[in-house]
Write a protein of this length. Structure first.
Length: 199
């Protein structure tokens, strides 16, 4: 039996052939990462993420239909942006909501996260909470793409809102960069000019 060779022309026709056979190539979605943003340096010895929310997986919850997991994406944001730069206490990012809910022709997305500072003796010293949401009403032509865009949009909002709340309520737990003090050049002493020579 002669071997089948994949020519350039046939490779270009492959997506159309797959579509005709009912098998479209799977789409890929860019993972949502936040390590390109400036980290939030905290005066603690460790940073943890605690998830206090679990999607039900049954309607009206449709989080499992999203190409990116909302809970995992929120956790990734915490790991990418919150950095421990101290030698006492610990910071805990508590995720209490990361849901996508569909009721009739409305899809509601919401996220709630709080950063708590826990001292070495187990006392909560301070906290800052951020809450964001997105809503879509009407026809849905491409559910995975819509949910991806909703999660991405909520995460953009969460990055801004959480940092704002941290800088407002946890000022004393921030390690701010100190700009280097510019060095002032030493003054140059003027040498006396020699008297002009007479000829």
């Amino acid at each position: 039996m002669p071997a089948f060779r994949l020519t350039r022309r046939s490779s270009l026709l492959l997506p159309f052939l797959l579509a005709a056979c009912g098998g479209e190539p799977a789409r890929t979605y860019r993972p949502l990462r936040y390590d390109y943003l400036k980290p939030i340096d905290l005066a603690v010895k460790s940073v943890e993420v605690a998830v206090g929310f679990a999607p039900s997986g049954v309607r009206p919850d449709i989080g499992s239909a999203s190409p990116v997991d909302p809970v995992a994406t929120l956790r990734q944001m915490g790991e990418d942006r919150l950095k421990a730069m101290g030698n006492a206490a610990r910071a805990v990012l508590v995720i209490s909501d990361a849901s996508l809910i569909r009721r009739n022709d409305e899809i509601q997305g919401s996220m709630v996260a709080a950063l708590e500072i826990i001292t070495d003796d187990g006392q909560r010293a301070a906290s800052a909470q951020a809450r964001v949401s997105r809503r879509h009403t009407g026809r849905v032509d491409d559910l995975p793409q819509l949910l991806y865009d909703m999660v991405s949009g909520m995460m953009d909002d969460m990055n801004i809102e959480l940092e704002h709340q941290i800088r407002t309520h946890l000022k004393t737990w921030l390690v701010e960069e100190v700009a280097p003090v510019p060095t002032v050049p030493a003054p140059v002493e003027a040498a006396p000019l020699a008297a002009p020579r007479r000829y």
